[in-house]
Design a protein around this ligand. Structure first.
Ligand SMILES: Cc1ncc(COP(=O)(O)O)c(CNc2cccc(C(=O)O)c2)c1O
Length: 456
């Protein structure tokens, strides 16, 4: 289809003009990036004809997989009719209205309005400005502080990275006042001698301590991923979310769930907070909203917040050129229609999710390298351990998981490495045969890593 150039050619031009994300550019330039040229279903091809099973849905986002003609048709038709218009001049357009109707038909009744953005980071930037505005409007203007968690991830713009808990990102000129953090509920690493139950409650109680330390009258909201994604695909203990919700309600702190990864079927529920059984006041969304075919994000507001902003808020001093972009909205509508009408979310809950989770546990529960398996639906993590009995992690765990990821590519599968954990999040449309292939190739990569370490 498109004009093919030599891989080396692409790599040299890329190195001359393009700063990549979250990597050491000099290291990348030495080895040269893989040039990904085509996607179909769960598969990707690089410029040299190598095929990979994409066990990560791109970056947790291609929930419908690659090559969906319905999404292409929706984008083409909208682009031909109205490729762009805005929400600034007392105007709207059918695409964003239809999307909103569909989106709120899938959300719990408790939510009523959305602010649309181009990314998850922007959704979380808008979140801070919106919740502060809400507290002004309802007469508590001092409530401004946002509390996040260490090792949480909320994006890479200034305030979203400050609310996130990645210290190496904060070093890049990225911390702000009126943002605080509590510990992450990562039992395997930080639970010590506590049971998960006890540890979950202790982590949640840190929120109460932090609110009391800051003064509840100063705290606007608590932002958290229902399960941490970029931080390592970490599920909190069961005791965590009920306690967090109690605390937020008791101190009138808005509970802001970041559903950028968890949203749109990843856990087998439409939204991850439904899997964990709590009810946030706001939801940040992106990724699975359009299956990554076109950038779009948003901030979903509870009826209470929306009504205050509409009825008493006056001019809402926020707006982005591409908010509710018609082509993005048209693709999102087609995406949500497919997820709903093809029964994909319930399929993940009833069939493909359990199939993946069962397969992982059969293969890795007794594997010498794997200390813990977490996940549900179409998302999972394998925790590497140096000494399983003592829940001892490796000191150089990032290098080890990075090597496992490289073995994955060599075996023809893409899985994500984070600090000490291997993650997979395949497209929700994965068939049993593709899940079998994912499990088989992941096992090969993990076994090769274990042999390197003399554990097999
Ligand atoms: C929970 C969450 N919130 C916000 C964002 C930011 O969204 P945008 O990137 O669209 O601005 C994310 C993004 N998540 C993300 C982005 C890049 C890499 C990885 C990884 O796991 O390697 C994860 C995310 O996972």
């Amino acid at each position: 289809n498109h004009h093919k150039r030599e891989t080396r050619d692409y790599q040299e031009l890329d190195a001359s003009h393009h700063i990549h994300a979250f990597l050491d550019q000099k290291v990348l330039n030495a080895e040269g990036p893989r040039v990904i040229v085509k996607g179909e279903g769960l598969y990707l091809w690089d410029n040299d004809g190598n095929r990979y099973l994409d066990g990560m849905s791109g970056l947790w986002c291609t929930n419908l997989g690659y090559g969906r003609e319905d999404l292409v048709a929706a984008a083409t038709q909208q682009m031909q009719q109205l490729p762009y218009y805005n929400m600034f001049f007392h105007t709207t357009h059918p695409a964003v209205v239809e999307l909103s109707e569909m989106l709120f038909s899938l959300l719990p009744r408790h939510y009523s309005h959305a602010i649309y953005t181009n990314s998850g980071s922007e959704a979380n930037e808008v979140l801070i400005r919106t919740v502060r505005r809400y507290w002004q409007v309802v007469g508590q203007p001092k409530k401004r502080v946002m509390i996040g968690r260490w090792n949480g991830y909320h994006g890479s713009t200034l305030a979203s990275s400050a609310m996130g808990g990645m210290k190496f990102m904060h070093e890049m000129g990225g911390m702000l006042p009126e943002i605080a953090h509590i510990d992450e509920p990562y039992w395997y690493a930080h639970g010590g001698t506590m049971t998960p139950e006890e540890f979950g409650r202790r982590c949640a109680l840190q929120l109460e301590e932090k609110i009391l330390e800051l003064g509840a009258e100063n705290v606007a909201g608590f932002i958290a991923e229902p399960f941490q994604g970029a931080g390592g695909m970490i599920f909190p203990p069961e005791s965590y979310w009920p306690e967090i919700q109690r605390i937020c309600r008791q101190y009138h702190v808005l509970l802001c769930a970041d559903e950028v990864i968890g949203g749109f079927g990843r856990t087998g529920e439409w939204f991850a907070h439904q899997h964990f059984g709590f009810e946030p006041d706001t939801l940040s969304i992106a990724k699975g909203l359009t299956s990554g075919y076109i950038p779009m994000g948003g901030l979903v507001l509870s009826r209470t917040i929306a009504e205050a902003l509409v009825e008493k808020g006056g001019v809402f001093a926020h707006g982005l050129t591409y908010s509710g972009h018609p082509v993005a909205a048209a693709v999102a509508l087609a995406n949500l229609k497919a997820l709903r009408d093809e029964g994909i979310v319930s399929q993940v809950k009833k069939d493909s999710g359990p199939y993946l989770q069962k397969g992982l546990r059969e293969i890795f529960t007794h594997h010498p390298l794997i200390g813990e398996i977490q996940g549900t639906g179409m998302v999972a993590a394998l925790q590497f351990a140096e000494d399983k009995a003592r829940r001892q992690r490796f000191s150089n765990e990032s290098d080890i998981t990075w090597r496992c990821r490289t073995y994955g590519f060599e075996e023809g599968v893409i899985i994500r490495s984070t600090v000490g954990r291997m993650i997979m999040a395949p497209a929700l449309v994965a068939k049993h045969s593709e899940i079998d292939e994912l499990l088989e190739k992941t096992k090969r990569a993990v076994d090769r890593t274990a042999r390197d370490l003399g554990l097999m």
